[in-house]
Design a protein around this ligand. Sequence first.
Ligand code: FES
Length: 140
Amino acid sequence: MGYLASMRIWRGNSEAGQLVEHKVEVGEGEVVLDVIHRLQATEAPDLAVRWNCKAGKCGSCSAEINGKPSLMCMTRMNTFGEEEEITVTPLRAFPVIKDLVTDVSFNYKKAREIPAFKGPPRVPQVHRMFLVPGHLPRYS
Ligand code: FES
């Protein structure tokens, strides 16, 4: 392991919550989500966090890191100083369910309202062979 990071993680629900401080080990090449998972595995097994792809595709791990909306799976720990305190809070744009998990059902509702993309109708492909004089195909 590399060093101990100072993490302030928001814990609570839609009614109330607070930032809780933790010291968490950080390994080389890790992202914030790795550290959150280590925290779950060691000190805070009841910490709620959502993730799915861990590849920056699904958006499930969205949170505010030091006040900036970010993907925890794409935010490398080495973008912060080792002495820097890192604050992770749920996205302010959505209602909190628990800890870092927010209610994003609005997104799914909106997605259902958007008609599916239909591209232009497929044009049937015509394959033609052109014979160039002096370059006749050889059959052996
Ligand atoms: S887990 Fe899918 S974007 Fe982070």
